[in-house]
Design a protein around this ligand. Structure first.
Ligand code: NAD
Length: 459
């Protein structure tokens, strides 16, 4: 069993920090402390809880640059992205704070009395986060769970615990009650598993691989434990011949290279209508080749390294003879660090593993299609269903294809898909439940229905 985790800078392989792991006995103690803190928190007036959460957002805002620099060092994210991520954590708390006083029940007409519903907090929530967006994903679960009156125990990924630990310190500094939000670093199958199996953890919010998500779902089934899953993706980017092909080709590179492709929404299957296929590739090549790959701390850098050696090996395994087979290849630094260049593959069988499995690296495939029906068939030919984009000037087609693609988050003539105020989640094996958006707090409540008779006593 690992008792501490070495956090490495993925761009240099230098040691950034050593973080002690949380053994199961300490998880038990943390759950007990969290349960006590939760009772007092839930009893506070909604306005008071909201005010504290707004202060958490303000204190995060005062530390954006510090958090961003920490993210650059521990995760290798470009500094521009890291600033956005710290700002996203701030916005999550501010948005959730606005929901506290609006978490109302309903009054439903019935005969012989009144019927009201209550949105009760669940209790202690376990949030298990991945390494690819450590701050935003930690905040996606934590902020609405706290706003709905719960306590949160956050298990960050082994490789990226530092920003999570700092967020918890800042929350305490802002006035969040002690023990209400605790960060428990450690191995997934030890610390994470202790949260999943703990009888007093009411819900697990898991973001990570589909493989681990299925194991957690099976364990939660044993107790009918509440569960939200945000898992992998293999999202299509469908370019129709009637689209602005120049705009589609210009936008395509960063739709799969952002965060070095370690993005569950990455548009890694580029489907292009046959009549514009050659033109699209001609435009795509210089756009991919000119992406600036290098030191993530440099403001001009667009793509940094992969998170770890094991992730680098995983990505390499999908592109065995990379240089020979790649249709388009960008650049990457030599020397230390976990670097892989932007890579586009063509002339593949659509059922090849690289076309249907999640690579989680800067690798995309381009496949031709004949007509709308063929595009939809290809788009849906994976077990995943997280995101997708389609490029067309035909509004009817945009709506038809949006309706036919089985994915939770689609964008037309754009690659944007994640906003904290719109719902996010997957179809199929990309997940279960939704996060973010106007209903984010409800996912951390149980609805209680109460009928009150207005009949007088029997005469
Ligand atoms: P992972 O599944 O290995 O780990 C995710 C988290 O779960 C980590 O904190 C890990 O320690 C923990 N964990 C691992 N085994 C566990 C167990 N048995 N019990 C409890 N916890 C356990 O995934 P990863 O390598 O950290 O992240 C990459 C994957 O996450 C990719 O497949 C990616 O698509 C997916 N992802 C999905 C989303 C989404 O929103 N859908 C977002 C980010 C990442």
């Amino acid at each position: 069993m690992l008792h501490e985790h070495h956090v490495l800078n993925p761009a240099t392989e230098e040691l950034v920090a050593t973080v002690p792991a949380t053994p199961p006995a300490e998880v038990d103690a943390a759950v007990a402390r969290a349960a006590r803190a939760q009772s007092s928190w839930a009893a506070l007036a909604p306005g008071d809880r909201a005010r504290i959460l707004r202060r958490v957002a303000d204190v995060i805002d005062e530390h954006i640059e510090e958090l961003a620099q920490l993210e650059v060092r521990e995760a290798g994210h470009t500094v521009g992205n890291a600033r956005w991520e710290a700002g996203n954590a701030r916005d999550l708390f501010a948005y959730a704070a606005g929901g506290v006083e609006r978490l109302t029940g309903r009054q439903i007409p019935v005969a012989g009395g009144i019927n009201v519903t209550f949105q009760e907090p669940l209790g202690v929530i376990g949030v298990i986060a991945p390494w690819n967006f450590p701050m935003p994903i930690a905040a996606w679960g934590t902020a609405p769970a706290l706003a709905a009156g719960n306590a949160v125990l956050l298990k960050p990924a082994e490789t990226t615990p530092l920003t999570a630990l700092r967020l918890a310190e800042l929350a305490l500094e802002a006035g969040l009650p002690e023990h209400l939000f605790q960060v428990l670093p450690g191995a997934g199958d030890v610390t994470g598993n202790a949260l999943v199996e703990h009888p007093d953890v009411a819900k697990i919010v898991f973001t990570g691989s589909t493989r681990v998500g299925k194991q957690i779902m099976a364990k939660c089934a044993d107790r009918v434990k509440r569960l939200t899953l945000e898992l992998g993706g293999k999202s299509p980017n469908i370019v129709f011949a009637d689209a602005d092909v120049e705009a589609a080709a210009a936008a395509a590179p960063m739709s799969f290279l952002d965060n070095s492709g370690q993005d569950c929404c990455a548009r890694t299957r580029i489907l292009v209508q046959r009549s514009v296929y050659d033109r699209f590739l001609e435009l795509l090549a210089p756009a991919v080749e000119s992406v600036v790959v290098g030191d993530p701390a440099d403001e001009k850098t667009q793509m940094g390294p992969l998170i770890s050696k094991s992730q680098l090996e995983r990505v390499r395994s999908y592109v065995p003879e990379a240089t020979a087979r790649a249709a388009i290849r960008g650049t990457a630094p030599d020397g230390p660090g976990f670097w892989f260049p932007p890579t586009v593959l063509t002339d593949l069988d659509p059922s090849a593993p690289v076309c249907v499995e999640e690579v989680f690296g800067p690798v995309a495939v381009v496949l031709p299609f004949e007509d709308e029906a063929h595009a939809v068939r290809l788009a849906n030919a994976t077990d995943y269903g997280l995101s997708g984009s389609l490029w067309t000037r035909d509004v009817g087609r945009a709506l038809r294809v949006s309706g036919a693609v089985k994915a939770g988050n689609l964008s037309v003539n754009s690659h944007s898909s994640v906003r904290y105020w719109t719902p996010f989640g997957g179809y199929g094996q990309s997940g279960l439940g939704r996060e973010l958006g106007p209903d984010a707090l409800s996912a951390f409540t149980e609805t209680k229905n109460v009928f009150i008779s207005t009949e007088g006593p029997a005469q």
